[in-house]
Design a protein around this ligand. Structure first.
Ligand SMILES: [Zn+2]
Length: 60
């Protein structure tokens, strides 16, 4: 079972429906940071990392 992060859970105001996936928490975080670039985020702040980590869910 993998891990997923719904972009809308991290930033509902973005209106983004992208779902980031990864096999592990580490991988999904890495992929989320890649996706963040599409939102103009080049460097994750500690605050953003907290939001992203709390949005990690087990893939159904
Ligand atoms: Zn997004």
């Amino acid at each position: 079972m993998g891990k997923v992060i719904e972009c809308a859970k991290v930033d509902p105001s973005s209106g983004c429906t992208h779902v980031v996936r990864g096999k592990t928490e580490e991988e999904v975080l890495k992929n989320a940071m890649e996706h963040a670039k599409q939102h103009g985020i080049r460097q994750a702040t500690p605050e953003l990392m907290v939001k992203v980590k709390s949005a990690i869910r087990d893939e159904k």
